[in-house]
Write a new protein. Structure first.
Lengths: 304, 276
């Protein structure tokens, strides 16, 4: 969105020739950049839908209505519906603690929240195998109590939660810091309880960041592959999520089926990107209107 | 609350801090500590034997090598894309700019099968590469291409905001002093963009080293040749060689932490650099 702001100011820049390049250079650079993006983004994006519909709409719909595909979709929705709310609760708590209070060890805490970003997805899955696998630390106890975590749904949910837990917190912390605590303090001094201040002041102030965090977190949770593939065991119809089902179909040379399921995940990615743009808009609309006001003033000045 | 540096009139520190630390411990700290516990059960000789075996070393060389090349390619093209996005408005730019986030949002397995299909010998790209005598699928080149895709947004997204804020007076001054456009770019603009490029490079590199989903399909996974480190860990786990898997994971984890720390240092240095 910041793009739009800069474009508003662009014509003024271009007026001075000394800081621009010859037209030919500009065209050459733009073309090269676009060709790079076409090969690495445009072509793969087109290819997903092309290969998905290659064998006709009938095959496409049949692949999606397949029993195992539906079960994979259900498993993915189930995983996200548990992992995302957990991470939202954590994100709100962490952001409240970090953005509203000054305490010892804050930097360490902030760095710890980033940990999953530094860990390979495969390692993220492995740590839960080391804990709950048959040879893991709690393995013997779990076996004797007949509880299955690894190669079962709980493992998938745990690994997904681990991989996605920083996302909501990372969106909320800066938003809460930016909104400041004056309004909450005012609410409290006017007799609101802590929870009232939280629900009526804090949450409305950070609602866009929260929504954005939830959308990104959800997309990552539904699309996670590496961590889930370590803990899932890929038992068809039981522990297979959509990304894992894509892998199984692909490895069985059922390309139309693999790309049909992949196209659903791609649509999710596109919706996520679109939502990012739409949500970013209201969040900075004030900034834009300030910017517009300035440029209008500048133009009026020029005319005078 | 002993932890608090300053008293606050806002309530909820105990509650929010409690939830945060308990959650963080259960979901991240305790699980991650198993890696250290498991490796501690090995003797140093055993550890060394596992980590320094020819197959493991080959996969480390491949993972780091391909990730470095991919991050380097992304630095050059990322800089170019960011430059054209900010400086040369063209129709449809908003859409193109939004699509740059695709590698962040697209599940890695989808990227993996798509790139593999495109680069296979009968694929849209692989077919022409083969005519030119280049094989992409099941080679380190294919791995690098997948890693370029995965790391593509990082440098663009770190450079773009810096370029937007860039002070045009500096460029005008250079022009007034007789510098050509290319000279200005090389000696005025580029040095100012460098910290942002470096941050993006480190982020893309860190992401690429651990990447699994988008690489496994195109890699072919031949030991000593196209076996990346995350895949080697996966193989060890499938063979129930938990010790072997953990030892390799520990090396990778320590490397990632070092990189995370470096990125933090670069970012702190960068923010001071741009504050000047």
């Amino acid at each position: 969105m910041a793009m739009i702001i800069s474009r508003a100011g662009a014509p003024a820049r271009r007026a001075s020739l000394s800081v621009s390049e010859p037209r030919l250079v500009r065209i050459a650079l733009t073309t090269t950049a676009l060709i790079f993006l076409l090969f690495f983004l445009g072509l793969p994006l087109f290819a997903v839908f092309f290969y998905a519909l290659n064998k006709g709409v009938g095959v496409y719909l049949a692949s999606i209505a397949d029993r195992y595909t539906l079960s994979a979709i259900f498993k993915t929705l189930l995983t996200a519906s548990i992992a995302v709310p957990l991470n939202v609760a954590f994100g709100i708590a962490a952001a409240w603690a970090i953005a509203r209070f000054d305490f010892h060890g804050k930097n360490i805490l902030t760095t710890m929240i980033d940990l999953p970003f530094a860990v390979s997805p495969v390692i993220a899955g492995m740590i839960f195998v080391l804990l709950f696998g048959s040879q893991g630390i709690f393995g013997a106890w779990l076996t004797s109590h007949d509880i299955k975590i690894i190669f079962a749904t709980p493992g998938i949910i745990l690994a997904t939660t681990f991989v996605t837990f920083p996302i909501v917190a990372r969106e909320l912390i800066p938003a809460m810091q930016a909104s400041g605590s004056e309004e909450e303090e005012a609410a409290l001094s006017l007799g609101a309880s802590g929870w009232q201040a939280f629900w009526r002041v804090t949450i409305p102030n950070v609602k866009w960041a929260l929504l954005y965090g939830v959308i990104i977190c959800n997309a990552r949770a539904m699309g996670e592959f590496g961590a889930v593939s370590v803990v899932s065991g890929s038992i068809r119809g039981k522990t297979v999520t959509m990304p894992l089902w894509v892998e199984i179909l692909y490895n069985e040379y059922n390309f139309a089926g693999a790309f049909a399921v992949a196209s659903l995940l791609t649509l999710l990615a596109l919706v996520t990107i679109l939502a990012k743009r739409l949500i970013a808009a209201p969040a900075i609309s004030n900034e834009i209107s300030d910017e517009r006001a300035e440029s209008i003033e500048a133009k009026l000045g020029e005319a005078a | 609350m002993l932890l608090l540096k300053r008293k606050s009139i806002l309530p909820g520190f105990g509650l929010s801090m409690g939830i945060t630390t308990v959650y963080l411990s259960l979901i991240a700290v305790i699980p991650l500590s198993t890696i250290f516990l498991k490796t501690a059960q090995m003797s140093p000789a055993q550890f060394w034997q596992t980590v320094a075996s020819a197959r493991v070393l080959a996969s480390f060389r491949l993972s780091f090598g391909a990730s470095l090349v991919a991050a380097f390619v992304n630095s050059i093209f990322g800089l170019l894309v960011a430059w054209t996005m900010v400086r040369y408005p063209f129709p449809g730019r908003t859409i193109v700019d939004a699509l740059i986030d695709l590698p962040f949002a697209l599940p890695t397995a989808v990227a993996g099968i798509t790139l593999t299909t495109l680069c296979a010998t009968n694929g849209w790209i692989g077919r022409y590469a083969e005519l030119a005598g280049i094989k992409i699928s099941y080679t380190p080149l294919g791995i690098t291409i997948a890693l370029i895709f995965v790391g593509l947004p990082f440098i663009i997204r770190t450079v773009e905001p810096v370029l937007e804020e860039f002070d045009l007076e500096l460029e005008e001054a250079a022009a007034t002093l007789g510098a050509g456009r290319f000279q200005t770019f090389l000696r005025v603009i580029l040095p100012n963009l460098f910290p942002a490029v470096l941050t993006g490079f480190a982020l893309a590199f860190a992401r690429a080293v651990g990447e699994y989903g988008s690489v496994v399909f195109i890699a072919g996974n031949m030991p000593m040749k196209t076996e990346i480190v995350p895949l080697l860990i996966m193989t060890r786990l499938e063979q129930f060689d938990y010790r072997g898997a953990t030892a390799i994971a520990l090396v990778m984890l320590l490397f990632s932490f070092a990189l995370l720390l470096t990125i933090n240092v670069i970012q702190r240095w960068t923010s001071r650099f741009y504050a000047q």
